[in-house]
Each structure stands twice: as C-alpha cells, then as structure tokens.
Design a protein around this ligand. Structure first.
Ligand SMILES: Nc1nc2c(ncn2[C@@H]2O[C@H](COP(=O)(O)OP(=O)(O)OP(=O)(O)O)[C@@H](O)[C@H]2O)c(=O)[nH]1
Ligand SMILES: [Mg+2]
Length: 218
C-alpha cells in the first residue's frame, strides 16, 4: 500500500483525474487523555514522535490519501481530546463517522477500564453495522510498566466486536499496520457520502496546551 499525504478537505491532485472517485471515510479517535491518540496519528501522517505531552484541545484534523489494492481512499482523521471537559462535543464529532479508533495505554488499567464507555459514546444513536470499531493498545514499548496484557485486549475487542491491534507510536511499521488494517476493514457500508461536504469548514485552528508529560490530565 502506498501512502500520500493530502491537505484536509481536498481530493488530492487536481491535475490528474482519478480513474475512480476517491472514497472518503471519517475516522474518529477516542480514548482517555494521554493514551497516545495524537502520537499515533502523527507517526502515521508525519513520521514523527514527540516525547512531550501537549493535550489536544477540542479536536485536531488531518487527511491522508491511501492507495489500497488499486483503489484510492481518503481517511479524514479526527483526533479528539480525551479530557472530560470536552466530552459534550463528542456527539457532534462522531456524526457521520465511518470508523472509531478507541485507544488505551497498556501501562494504564484506568484507560483500559474506560473503553466500554467510549464505545457506548461512539454507538449512541448509531446502527452498529455502519460503524467500524477498532481497539488499539498503545505504548507497548513500555513493556516493564505494562499492566494490561495482550490477551485482555483481545478478549475485550472480541466481546465488543472490534478489530484489535497493539502498537507503539514510536514504531512506524506497527502504526502503519493499525491504519492499513483499519482501511482494509472499511467497506461501502461504512461510507457516508455526505461527510465529504462537512469537512471542518467550521473547525477552530489547531490550539494545543502544554503539559508536563508526567502530569495526569483527566
Ligand atoms: N513511550 C511511549 N510514549 C507514548 C506513546 N504514545 C504516546 N506517548 C506519549 O504519551 C503522551 C501522551 O500522548 P498524546 O498522543 O498526546 O496523547 P493523547 O491521547 O492525544 O492525549 P489527549 O490529547 O490529552 O487526549 C506524550 O508524552 C507522548 O509522547 C508510545 O507508544 N510510547
Ligand atoms: Mg491528543
């Protein structure tokens, strides 16, 4: 699979028309603050990893174009804030999403225990069939501090009918495996044509607030 970065809300190159229309999927990242949602997206899109923690404020957005077995698809990646004070905004972010990626930190039992509530939020008022759910256990580089075993993640994912991955935002190939698996799991049932017109024209410019990386935010 080849990957080309695109700017948010565009369909890629304007000079060459794709043979088939580019199908767009809105993918919303959820999970407790500090679990690594932003770090995973940054590794995938920008190939960078930052040790410093800057909590996402409200929501950030980035688009990425993928070439998957001869067809192109565009992922609109919505990176939400894990902090409780932004919870009321989630239903509007989740509208017309094709997929939800719920991220927990394998060194935080609390983040794992919160998964069900994030999934309930994602499924509020939705038909289960048209939303692809993905569970990601992040920070597996911190093996010595691990307190959620892989088998526990797998069992929960099975119970909630989610795809399951473990990853670390430090490792580009593991991160790619998450996004490629997600892209392969998306079908026409998950596609919401109307979401193309909705992309973030109303979005606030990206604002982040600095945190000490060891400081808990939730
Ligand atoms: N060791 C390690 N640290 C990570 C990993 N992923 C993220 N981090 C660190 O964890 C902290 C939080 O990461 P973020 O990506 O900002 O977390 P977030 O889920 O976006 O947090 P909110 O925006 O507050 O919801 C940062 O200091 C990251 O550098 C990982 O895989 N391994
Ligand atoms: Mg973030």
């Amino acid at each position: 699979m080849s990957l080309d970065k695109v700017t948010a809300g565009t369909g890629g190159s304007s000079s060459s028309k794709p043979a088939r229309p580019v199908r767009s999927h809105k993918v919303v990242f959820l999970g407790q603050c500090g679990t690594g949602k932003t770090a995973l997206i940054r590794q995938f899109v920008h190939r960078t990893f930052d040790q410093n923690y800057s909590a996402t404020i409200g929501m950030d957005f980035v688009g990425k174009l993928l070439s998957l077995e001869g067809r192109q698809l565009r992922l609109q990646l919505w990176d939400t804030a894990g902090q409780e004070r932004f919870r009321a905004l989630m239903p509007s972010y989740l509208r017309d999403s094709s997929a939800c990626v719920v991220v927990y930190d394998v060194t935080s039992k609390e983040s794992f225990d919160s998964i069900r509530s994030w999934v309930e939020l994602a499924l509020e008022g939705r038909s289960r069939r048209d939303l692809l759910l993905v569970l990601v256990g992040n920070k597996i580089d911190l093996e010595a501090q691990r307190c959620v075993q892989r088998a526990e993640g797998e069992t929960l994912a099975k119970d909630l009918s989610m795809m399951f991955f473990e990853a670390t935002a430090k490792d580009a190939s593991l991160v790619d495996a998450v996004f490629h698996g997600l892209a392969e799991g998306l079908t026409s049932e998950h596609h919401k044509p109307e979401s193309d017109d909705e992309i973030v024209l109303t979005m606030q410019p990206r604002r982040r607030e600095a945190h000490d990386r060891n400081k808990k935010c939730c």
